[in-house]
Ligand binder design. Structure first.
Ligand code: AMP
Ligand code: MG
Length: 411
């Protein structure tokens, strides 16, 4: 057993469950214009005020006519044209046809469209090469959405799959929940911002860039409070400032038991925080609770640990806070290991892997190599997590393992 494999660690499931049972959705509702709604969560059901399409229209460029006419002739007289946006205003009588374009309204009287490739044109006499069935190539009124139908339910997060749907209903504004406001900062005397030269013992602060990227992609309003040194008073001030303004305060570093890890003392005084040792690797030390009216998430300092805990534990919580009732955890499936995965029993590993599909259509996964909790290039090379169960030991090539696809925040 190594130093980290001590008994009594909290399982990932218990940690997540603890978080999720404490948090409830934000209740502030605002009205938003469709153009500004991407990534927001609906605070109302959306019922369609119209049929989509609003009128029967042609799925092809061709001719609209009465299907029964072609049972006794193959030539009809063209009497007009129907364009998208400029309908034919007359009636298509027996023996007649109307030139029609894709999306144009079906003329009164016509019950079928024949595509132009099936015709020969001689002036206004159109000869048809096929015998159609009524309704061929016609998109009926309400084919996509019926007037009054519930199209989207409260709690839906709006993405590229919903935005055009709302636009097709002509809905310009609607009620959404306020985006969660998240303030974050890095802690550590050794940290320098990019653009500065490193002195002895210093490293660049990389965590804030990962935290910001994941939060913004998740649809949060973010407030970056920079780097706070390991100084109790500055830390206290930063925590109090962050918590007056935000729904969630996220820090990285200083939540383990090092001599310069002051966060615990301050939070014990200013908030209600649990300092957990979670049976996950990377990412053992993690703090969760409240400070003022904000939720507090203290991520470990090591860069892979910080990203992983944010991704696995904080994102589901943010989804609940945002009112996103249809949030789905990332997809997991089985894959055949094509390399060995070093692992000791005791914690659930979230190793970084590269999956592919072999010529038999089966998922395979290889390690990205160095799995150190500070080795961030493993995240760049990966396209999935390899989730190795708590009790499992070393995995040999050929064994089946669980892989977890990255969600949209990683892309
Ligand atoms: P800590 O949790 O503060 O003990 O930090 C654990 C490790 O993560 C140490 O090696 C830190 O230097 C490193 N670390 C902490 N914060 C950051 C950061 N923002 N960016 C990069 N590395 C960090
Ligand atoms: Mg530190």
């Amino acid at each position: 057993m190594g130093c980290c494999d001590v008994p009594g660690l909290m399982t990932v499931e218990t940690a997540l469950n603890n978080i999720m049972t404490q948090v409830s959705p934000l209740t502030t509702i605002t009205t938003v214009a469709l153009a500004d709604a991407m990534g927001m969560v609906l605070a109302e059901d959306i019922l369609s005020p119209i049929n989509v399409p609003p009128f029967a229209n042609s799925a092809m460029d061709g001719y609209a006519l009465r299907a029964a006419d072609l049972e006794h002739t193959n030539t009809l007289t063209m009497v007009g044209k129907s364009f998208a946006g400029i309908p034919f205003t007359g009636t298509c009588e027996a023996g007649q046809c109307v030139r029609i374009m894709t999306g144009a309204e079906i003329p009164v009287g016509a019950d079928v469209v024949i595509m132009q490739e099936e015709t020969q044109v001689e002036g206004d006499n159109i000869q048809f090469n096929i015998k159609p069935k009524a309704n061929d190539n016609i998109r009926p009124i309400g084919d996509d959405v019926h007037c009054g139908e519930t199209v989207l339910v409260k709690g839906t997060r709006l993405t590229a799959r919903e935005m055009p749907l709302l636009a097709s209903l002509g809905i310009a504004t609607f009620a959404v929940y306020r985006r969660p406001k998240v303030a974050f900062f890095s802690t550590g005397d050794e940290l320098r911002p990019v653009g500065e030269t490193l002195a002895a013992g210093q490293i660049y602060d990389s965590n804030r860039y990962g935290i910001k990227a994941l939060l913004e992609k998740f649809g949060c309003d973010v407030l970056d409070l920079g780097i706070i040194p390991d100084c109790p008073e500055k830390l206290r001030q930063a925590l109090l400032t962050a918590s007056t303004d935000a729904d969630v305060v996220i820090t990285s570093g200083g939540v383990s038991v090092g001599e310069a890890d002051y966060t615990k003392d301050i939070l014990d005084q200013e908030g209600q925080i649990g300092f957990w040792k979670i049976a996950m690797k990377p990412g053992k030390p993690f703090a969760f609770g409240t400070i003022n009216n904000a939720w507090f998430c203290g991520l470990p300092g090591n860069p892979v640990s910080a990203m992983l805990t944010l991704y696995q534990l904080v994102q589901p919580m943010l989804a609940k806070l945002a009112g996103h009732s249809q949030y789905q955890p990332p997809v997991r499936l089985q894959a055949k290991a094509t390399s060995m995965f070093k692992k000791r029993p005791g914690r659930t590993d979230f190793q970084r892997g590269i999956y592919s599909i072999n010529c038999d259509g089966q998922f395979e996964v290889a390690t990205t190599g160095n799995q150190g909790s500070g080795a961030f290039s493993s995240m760049h090379h990966a396209n999935c997590f390899v989730v190795l169960e708590q009790d499992r030991g070393r995995v040999e090539a050929g064994e089946l393992v669980t892989i977890e696809m990255f969600n949209h925040t990683m892309y």
